[in-house]
Design a binder for this molecule. Structure first.
Ligand code: NDP
Length: 296
């Protein structure tokens, strides 16, 4: 879809369509794995507690896993579950041959050590790319599993821009889940990368230098159109619920209305990065299943 009239056309990067295309390809791969290797990739999702947003995510993940022909296993534990009980479940899934990917839905309740749980998942079954082995691989030779959200962003950037070599990329946000792995991926793609955060001085001026601007902050509509270099590609990772005109709405970290008039390409919220994140989770599960069975 394109908008704008005079200076240039703005491309709206359609995450829903990109995710559907990725899932289509995965369904074919899954069918091939079943036919040629009698292998059905399986994804186990562990949900602790009753957080409504997490319940929706887990339901969507389970539905889409089945839709591409894979097996989905859901494990629900009460919010007051013992850490040892959760670790024992992960251990059991690590040893289960029908499970090729394990995802423990975050955030976990405060009494549970999140990092201990993340690293208790076998790195061969880690589909989030959060295990220390996979973090190390991403930051050294590559080849491990890459966190889903930045992977989806990279796929959309490549399909929009092609070769990213030499482009200036600014990432606003330095979380382990989005900002840092995004920076590692863009560096691998030969961008010149700057990571901004809450202590960055003159964020506006820095953003204006970006050919690629990724916003992963968690602050509704923080990045304004006036911060964006004309023609830049803008990836809005933020998902923020706000009250507007008496209704609850989802908005990103970018002020879409002003940004759309300046950017060369931009992801909307919703319908941008979100759908690609789940599709990349399925992609990572298939990748892990193939790796575990030595299939190229
Ligand atoms: P975190 O809260 O972990 O990190 C936010 C980052 O933003 C931090 O590095 C913080 O800096 C930085 N920051 C905060 N305020 C400012 C500011 N005023 N100026 C510059 N930088 C600032 O968030 P996540 O990375 O987990 O998530 C970011 C957003 O992306 C959220 O809206 C989240 O919901 C969304 N998200 C969306 C996903 C999807 O699938 N679409 C998946 C994951 C997240 P500092 O480190 O200095 O504190």
């Amino acid at each position: 879809m394109t908008t704008g009239v005079l200076a240039f056309m703005t491309t709206v990067i359609d995450g829903k369509a990109s995710a559907a295309k990725l899932r289509e390809g995965l369904a074919v791969t899954v069918a091939d794995l079943k036919r040629d290797h009698n292998l059905v990739p399986g994804l186990a999702v562990v949900l602790v507690g009753e957080d409504p947003a997490s319940q929706v995510y887990v339901r969507n993940k389970g539905r889409q896993t089945v839709e591409v022909g894979m097996q989905s296993f859901e494990h629900k534990l009460p919010a007051d579950v013992d850490e040892d009980e959760l670790l024992a479940l992960v251990e059991k899934l690590n040893g289960d041959d029908s499970v090729h990917g394990i995802l423990v839905q975050l955030p976990l309740p405060k009494h549970i050590n999140e990092s201990k749980v993340i690293n208790s998942v076998s790195h061969d079954k880690d589909v989030d790319g959060f295990h220390l082995v996979n973090v190390a691989r991403l930051n050294t030779d590559g080849g491990g599993v890459v966190p889903c959200t930045p992977l989806g962003c990279l796929m959309m950037l490549k399909s929009t821009l092609g070769d990213l070599s030499g482009l200036n990329a600014v990432i606003v946000g330095r979380s382990n889940i989005v900002g840092k792995p995004m920076a590692a991926l863009l560096l691998q793609a030969n961008c010149t990368v700057t990571i901004a955060h809450s202590r960055t001085r003159d964020l506006e001026a820095l953003c204006k230098t970006a050919d690629i601007l990724v916003a992963a902050v968690g602050r509704p509509k923080m990045v304004l159109g006036s911060w964006i270099k004309p023609g830049a590609t803008v990836i809005d990772v933020g998902i923020n619920r706000i009250e507007e005109e008496g209704k609850t709405r989802l908005v990103g970290d970018v002020d879409y209305a002003s940004a759309e008039a300046v950017a060369g390409a931009i992801t909307p919220v919703p319908g941008g990065v979100g759908p690609m994140t789940i599709a990349c989770l399925l992609h990572n599960t298939v990748q892990q299943a193939k790796r575990q069975h030595g299939i190229d």
